[in-house]
Design a protein around this ligand. Structure first.
Ligand code: HEC
Length: 142
């Protein structure tokens, strides 16, 4: 958890630090498409009582690739003071997917389901507030 927080702080620092490495092979959209598959796997795992499948999908969500710094910078430029709100949805998804992973490992269905529901809410909340706006910002970079 601490490591992830450090990684998050590091990724925020990139907003102000000039970036040299070109990372145009992965995009936020591609990350989202992977999250979709992980989300389907997790849901399928719950439906089939397959906790290994839940755990695997949950961990993949928790460890999703970082948004490329160039895209983070563009989004931050446009969202300004709202950037922490956007970031916080991602932190919520991260923390709840980790909780779901741990609960699935322990075969604690109630805790896993509760974390799943919270995570889905965070996915949908970010989409309802930011999806169109952020997609419009990023479309210019494609
Ligand atoms: C921090 C905000 C945020 C969170 C949290 C978030 N998303 Fe997204 N999502 C976006 C944005 C922004 C887009 C639009 C990307 C684009 O079109 O460039 C998007 C788009 C998508 C898409 C459509 C991709 C496409 O092909 O058009 C899927 C699927 C998706 N997200 C799944 C998920 C899932 C599953 C979760 C939770 C596990 C999640 N998202 C959490 C911001 C978020």
């Amino acid at each position: 958890m601490l490591k992830k927080r450090a990684a998050l702080i590091a990724s925020l620092a990139i907003i102000v630090a000039p970036m040299t490495a070109a990372t145009d092979e992965i995009t936020l959209k591609a990350i989202m498409q992977e999250l979709r598959q992980n989300f389907l796997d997790v849901s399928d795992g719950f439906l089939l009582d397959d906790f290994d499948k839940v755990a695997e999908g949950a961990l993949a969500i928790a460890e999703h690739p970082r948004i490329p710094p160039e895209q983070v910078r563009r989004v931050a430029d446009e969202l300004g003071a709202e950037m922490p709100v956007f970031k916080n949805f991602d932190v919520q998804v991260h923390e709840l997917s980790l909780e779901m992973y741990k609960a699935a490992k322990e075969r604690d269905r109630d805790a896993a389901v509760a974390a799943y529901q919270g995570m889905v809410t965070a996915c949908f909340d970010c989409h309802s507030v930011y999806r169109e706006r952020v997609a419009a910002i990023l479309i210019e970079t494609r």
